[in-house]
Design a binder for this molecule. Structure first.
Ligand SMILES: Cc1ncc(COP(=O)(O)O)c(C=O)c1O
Length: 440
């Protein structure tokens, strides 16, 4: 890493650069590729599951259309991939029309474009607390205020969201949208219950806001019944209006193709289209054609089922290991799907400060701080279970629990030490005052 703080072009950079920071996970990547490290840090799907033969087959199937695959395409995406997206959304329970779908370079680009078209400096966004760090980073470039709304096991807490919105309105802040990952949230692993989804929609109506529903993990459900998306609930009540839905092929196919989509009403899509023209003209035709070919000709749902079964086994391994090894003062979430568990350590522990020690012991995680815009989450960690085999997950959690115990013991020793120090100091004081015949 260059010495970014001593950058000699500081006087030339735009003001917005000050708000931008790199994601802890991205910075960690170099360390995590070190042999022997058990990484519970990344958010990686297990692309090893896809296989060379299936990949070869897709490549062969689009070779005849090489000229188109290698060409620029329409900004909103090719027709064939939009048909696939409509099908995927239908399987997820959200009816969609082809004209309401817009292809992006990953859902990540969707987040950036939404921020680009909605946020002026000083506008506010309501996010879950904690929130997906990649979204916070994408928003940060447009310099908004981020208000985190606390979550519990049932997702974002509506009463708290309403309070925050009221306060923002009173203080003259312009809240533009609510950002939520309702299913198996990154990083907390919790799912918003149906009732709260409806409440959130009503709130958006009342305060006249947009809801950005980011749903990369909805199809990776291990147990329980699928819940209606906010986009589907809105359509039940009327038409596509204030819900901007983000989808992606990263978790149901592969992140390497960098392909996602936005589903929204035409006015919003038009602005996003203009924004995307300035960003990358269009997403890769090659990726779009590979995905269309696979989703049209192969049993993609069977592949998603295979991934889900594999992640479930790994989630179970993680939950079992946490129960077996962690000190009783540590708590964690029980995700019904997705890729992540969120752990909460005793409040006096600092997961960021603890990371080098964990890495020295060959285990890595993402400290919780990066999932908040303003300094919370110090005693939290995000643990990923999708990329590492169950036996390694178990070993990783065992190592991590050793690091946590070390820190807890260190703290107890320090406390005992300071108490001893205190009691010997006060004993000396009483002895002295006794000798002097005074008390005080
Ligand atoms: C909640 C959430 N949104 C968006 C993204 C970005 O996904 P994509 O690979 O489609 O850009 C991720 C990636 O992990 C994510 O967890």
């Amino acid at each position: 890493m260059p010495l970014v703080d001593l950058d000699r072009f500081d006087f030339l950079y735009a003001g917005r650069v000050k708000g931008m920071k790199t994601a802890a996970t991205r910075d960690l990547m170099a360390t995590l590729s070190r042999p022997g490290i058990i990484s519970l840090a990344g958010g990686f799907p297990d692309t090893r599951a896809f296989g060379e033969e299936a990949f070869r087959e897709i490549s062969r199937s689009i070779a005849a259309d090489a000229a188109q695959a290698l060409q620029y395409g329409p900004t909103a995406g090719l027709e064939a991939i939009k048909d696939v997206i409509v099908e995927v959304m239908a399987v997820e329970g959200t009816p969609a029309r082809q004209e309401d779908v817009f292809v992006t370079t990953g859902a990540q680009q969707g987040l950036d474009l939404i921020a680009k078209v909605f946020l002026d400096e000083g506008d506010a966004v309501l996010c879950e607390g904690p929130a997906y760090a990649g979204a916070l980073n994408a928003f940060a470039a447009y310099r908004p205020r981020i208000a985190h709304v606390p979550m519990d096991r049932a997702g974002m807490i509506p009463v708290a969201a309403r309070e925050t919105l009221k306060k923002a309105r009173k203080s003259g802040l312009h809240v533009k949208f609510i950002y939520t990952v309702p299913n198996f949230q990154n990083p907390a692993g919790v799912t918003m219950v149906a009732e709260r989804r409806k409440e959130l929609l009503e709130m958006a109506e009342e305060f006249d806001l947009v809801i950005v529903e980011d749903n990369p993990y909805g199809m990776l459900r291990f147990e329980g019944e699928p819940l209606p998306s906010l986009a589907a609930l809105e359509q039940e009540a009327g038409d596509v209006d204030r819900v901007v839905y983000l989808g992606t092929f990263s978790k149901i196919f592969a992140p390497g193709v960098r392909l996602g989509w936005v589903h929204a009403q035409p006015g919003i899509l038009h602005k996003i289209n203009v924004g995307k023209q300035g960003a990358d003209l269009c997403s890769s035709n090659l990726s779009q054609m590979m995905i269309s070919s696979y989703f049209q000709n192969a049993d993609w749902r069977a592949y998603v089922r295979r991934l889900t079964a594999m992640y479930k086994e790994r989630r179970d391994a993680m939950l079992d290991a946490l129960a077996e090894f962690m000190p009783k003062e540590v708590h964690w979430t029980h995700p019904e799907g997705g890729l992540f568990v969120w752990a909460t350590l005793p409040s006096y522990l600092d997961a960021t400060a603890m990371l080098p020690r964990a890495i020295a012991k060959n285990v890595a995680y993402v400290p919780g701080e990066g999932f908040y815009a303003g300094g919370s989450g110090k005693n939290n960690m995000r643990l990923n279970f999708s990329f590492v085999e169950p036996a390694k997950i178990r070993r990783g959690i065992e190592l991590l629990s050793e690091v946590i115990r070390e820190r807890m013991e260190l703290r107890s020793d320090l406390e005992r030490g300071s108490q001893r120090g205190l009691s010997s100091r006060s004993a000396n004081r009483s002895a002295r005052s006794f000798a002097a015949g005074t008390e005080g």
